[in-house]
Design a protein around this ligand. Structure first.
Ligand code: OMP
Length: 241
């Protein structure tokens, strides 16, 4: 494989979180990062402020970039499925739901999304450690909970799951066919912020991540495109040949 092909493959695995409050900020960041990353993630901050319009606008302006609509749906199956029906028509490749809702909820979303969008099951948030799971009333820690929820994602027919890099080895056996989307990515030496279960880009790729979600390490960098390029180079070096 040529070096250019390797970088192209690495770039396709990098998802940048557009965690900004306005349309203008989102479009400006997307413009700067086009050509440096593979996918843009629209999360709650941006979606609550700007609604479906920003998804359609990004789709129209950047046909070369995939979109990931991170709504983390969590409700009764009927309500989740109805929200998924609307979300899956906006042009995003992926839409997220909370896997903790259970198999029936996930399946209802997968049925509604059909071929229009891939449903990603968010297992245990990367901001949660053992203590946070205990405080939330769970008798199991993050690793065990991720395993249970990964099984639910497989049973429901989800396209992939979202987990930390630390559970990748375990989920490889449980969900070999599913995409493994990994947030909580921190290049060596960068600030953790509210993230608890973290890995560097190279560690997560070596452990089996298919995609990495990166927000602050790129967004708040002095030069976001250069920060994205550095992460792409790190991914490329860790890719299996
Ligand atoms: O679903 C997600 O994208 C997600 C799941 C998770 O467990 N942890 C997590 O951090 N995320 C998202 O990934 C991004 C991480 O951002 P940074 O911590 O700034 O890199 C944010 O947009 C989070 O909403």
């Amino acid at each position: 494989m040529s070096e250019a092909d390797r970088l192209e493959r690495a770039r396709a695995r990098l998802i940048v979180a557009l965690d900004v409050p306005t349309r203008d900020a989102a479009l400006a960041l997307a413009e700067r990062l086009a050509g440096h990353v593979g996918m843009l993630k629209i999360g709650l901050e941006l979606f609550v402020a700007e609604g479906p319009t920003i998804v359609r606008e990004l789709r129209a302006r950047h046909p070369e970039l995939e979109l990931f609509l991170d709504l983390k749906l969590h409700d009764i199956p009927n309500t989740m499925a109805a929200a998924m029906r609307s979300a899956s028509t906006l042009g995003a490749r992926f839409v997220t739901v909370h896997a903790g809702s259970g198999v029936a909820h996930l399946r209802a979303c997968v049925e509604q999304a059909g071929d229009s969008a891939g449903v990603l099951a968010v297992t245990v948030l990367t901001s949660q450690d053992e203590q946070a799971c205990r405080e939330a009333g769970h008798t199991r820690g993050p690793a065990e909970l991720v395993g249970i929820r990964a099984r639910a994602a497989v049973e429901a027919g989800c396209a992939g799951l979202v987990c930390s890099g630390q559970e990748l080895e375990a989920v490889a056996a449980i969900a070999p066919q599913l995409l493994k989307i990994v947030p909580g990515i921190r290049p060596a030496g960068s600030e953790l912020g509210d993230q608890k279960r973290v890995m560097t880009p190279a560690q997560a790729i070596a452990a089996g991540a298919t995609h990495l979600v990166v927000g602050r390490p790129i967004r708040t960098a002095e030069d976001p495109p250069a920060a994205a390029d550095a992460i792409v180079a790190e991914i490329a070096a860790a890719l299996p040949s």
